[in-house]
Design a protein around this ligand. Structure first.
Ligand code: GLU
Length: 417
């Protein structure tokens, strides 16, 4: 039976790649489950005076290469298996990108749209307090993910500073903060910027440029919006966008800035002037060269594969393609740029923010973008080199680069004691 359990997907991908690179059994055993699984239940005062119990998670998958690193997700669908999968992917992502971090992920099971700003602030503060010193600037560093944002990161940082470590030098306990409170310029658009760098570099291999292709993007949250903005600025035509309100097509290309105003005013992309409304199924059939899933997991499924006309899929979301769908797409010659490289721009700029905080520095946007470009292109080159050597999929090649790095460090350090 086909299962869309995210953790099973993550495990299958890992086992495949571990076989491919012949990973020693001991390392395989260690990496096959998270080091720590922290679950906290905490009460929060609601605006109506009642207390409600919330459940939050922090899964610390591996810290061989450095402090645990990864986002905090706010969604009613957050559960243990999802967070375990996302934490596992962070370990591969940071290893692949050559960052001095391990992998982690967290989440609170709640729909942020159902809470006032005051309630959200109390939820985030109480969660951070419940985590206590399970996070820390040199131990485990959260960041934004689906449903959370820079403001929530500032609340986390402030709560940590006031309750766990009163020192002033703890800003870097969290990344993705507002610029005023120690965030990095360029962090808000970093994932989208990284997606664009990754696609541009891939297209270059076949002598093409971003300005030669048409693009469909699923999702218009932080990642989808910035991906659309950056790619449009680079000359691409974004011809379709989907979000929770539905999907729209505009074959001449959409203007992300005016779409953003429309979404802010109306709550969704549907109804954007001069666009045609599409059903969810029609969205996947759009005649675009590139499809960018930038929303949630398990969106590119076997029953949608047939419809997809795009020849390139860039995984801006984590885990958007099911393993069965991936096999069928590869058989059809569709090129898939996998999540652990395609959406790594966010954590890379989180790393830049962490360095800036540590050194009390502020980099310019030009520096952030240029350093991000260098890391992205370098990782893309290493993946391509491994793909050609191993004659495997891009996902397997990306895993191989990540696992090689972890293996080398385990070889040199040994397994404690
Ligand atoms: N949540 C993002 C991701 O999935 C960013 C993580 C970070 O910046 O630590 O990669």
């Amino acid at each position: 039976m086909v299962s869309n359990n995210l953790y099973e997907t993550a495990q299958r991908q890992f086992e495949r790649a571990a076989d491919l690179v012949d990973l020693p059994v001991a390392y395989r055993t260690i990496l096959s489950s998270p080091k720590n699984e922290i679950i906290v239940n905490f009460p929060v005062l609601m605006d109506d005076g009642a207390y409600r119990l919330f459940r939050g998670y922090r899964i610390q998958h591996n810290n061989l290469l450095g402090p645990y690193k990864g986002g905090i997700r706010f969604s009613e669908y957050v559960d243990l298996d999802e967070v375990k999968a996302l934490a596992t992917w962070m370990t591969w992502k940071t290893a692949l990108m050559g960052l001095p971090f391990g992998g982690a992920k967290g989440g609170i099971t709640m729909d942020p749209r159902m809470h006032s700003r005051d309630e959200l602030r109390r939820i985030v503060r109480r969660f951070t307090h419940a985590l206590g010193n399970n996070i820390g600037p040199e131990h485990d560093i959260p960041a934004p993910d689906l449903g959370s944002n820079a403001e929530a990161m500032v609340w986390m940082m402030d709560t940590y500073a006031n309750s766990v470590d009163g020192g002033q030098n703890v800003k870097r306990v969290v990344t993705g903060k507002t610029v005023e409170c120690g965030g990095s310029v360029g962090r808000d658009k970093a994932t989208g910027q990284g997606v664009a760098f990754c696609l541009a570099h891939h297209l270059e291999l076949s002598g093409r440029a971003v300005s030669d292709v048409s693009i469909a993007i699923q999702g218009f949250g932080n990642v989808g919006e910035h991906t659309a903005r950056v790619l449009t600025a680079m000359g691409a035509r974004v011809i379709a966008i989907a979000d929770m309100s539905g999907a729209i097509e505009c074959s001449d290309g959409l203007d992300p800035e005016s779409l953003w105003f429309h979404v802010n005013k109306t709550g969704g992309v549907v109804g954007y002037p001069d666009s045609r409304e599409l059903s969810a199924d029609e969205f996947f059939s759009v005649d675009a060269d590139v499809l960018i899933p930038a929303a949630i997991e398990n969106q590119i499924t076997v029953d949608r594969v047939e419809r997809i006309k795009a020849s390139i899929i860039v995984e801006a979301a984590n885990g958007p393609t099911t393993p069965e769908a991936e096999l069928q797409l590869i058989e059809r010659g569709v090129e898939i740029l996998p999540d652990i490289i395609a959406n790594a721009g966010g954590v890379v700029v989180s790393y830049f923010e962490w360095i800036q905080n540590k050194m009390s520095q502020q980099w310019s946007l030009a520096t952030v973008d240029e350093e991000l470009r260098k890391l992205m292109w370098d990782a893309c080159d290493r993946v391509e080199e491994r793909r050609l050597a191993l004659r495997c999929s891009r996902r397997d090649a990306a895993y191989a680069v990540a696992l090689d790095r972890l293996r080398t460090v385990y070889d040199q350090r040994g397994i404690f004691p």
